[in-house]
Design a protein around this ligand. Sequence first.
Ligand code: ADP
Length: 188
Amino acid sequence: MSSRIILIGPPGAGKGTQAARLSEALGVPAISTGDIFRANVKGETELGTLAKRYMDAGEYVPDEVTNSMVADRLAQDDAAEGFLLDGYPRTSAQVDELDRMLAAEGKEIEHVVELTADTDEVVARLLARAQTEGRSDDSEDVVRHRLDVYEEQTQPLTDIYRERGLLRQVDGLGEVSEITERILDTIR
Ligand code: ADP
């Protein structure tokens, strides 16, 4: 089964949860740009210091920074046979850069899975997560702003991938394990 996969969807749709489960099921690494940024913030690296300003405001980290971080990650051995990208690409410039990175290796994306969930549901999930995980970007105004940025900059990417015949839409509402099955069904 082919497994160069992008997971796309609004904040709170459950991409991270599903990415971990799919990674296990498919035997490819889940690569989350948000997790890599958060690890850098925690480790107080230069990249972390730069990214934190944007993340706390609910803005996207600049494309050049994100693109070079992803290029480094995809060059690692474990990603040679496939990967699941969670949270990348998020802008059309990132789509172009990812295309270039893969083309250089004679590879391409095989599936783009869009996890859908309505705004009320994702806001409720993110505010609940704020209580348990204390992520600094889960306050109500930042959550709303992240959703606006998603709608404006990332939602349009689904059209690009639909035109390429790669888009698979999956309902993100339901039991976690059921959603994993739905995703596996669409890519099998
Ligand atoms: P969510 O999808 O729930 O908002 P993520 O963990 O995927 O959370 O991302 C958290 C933050 O990390 C984003 O709001 C943004 O600031 C930054 N980030 C993650 N991925 C990207 C990306 N591809 N491009 C730019 N910024 C990103």
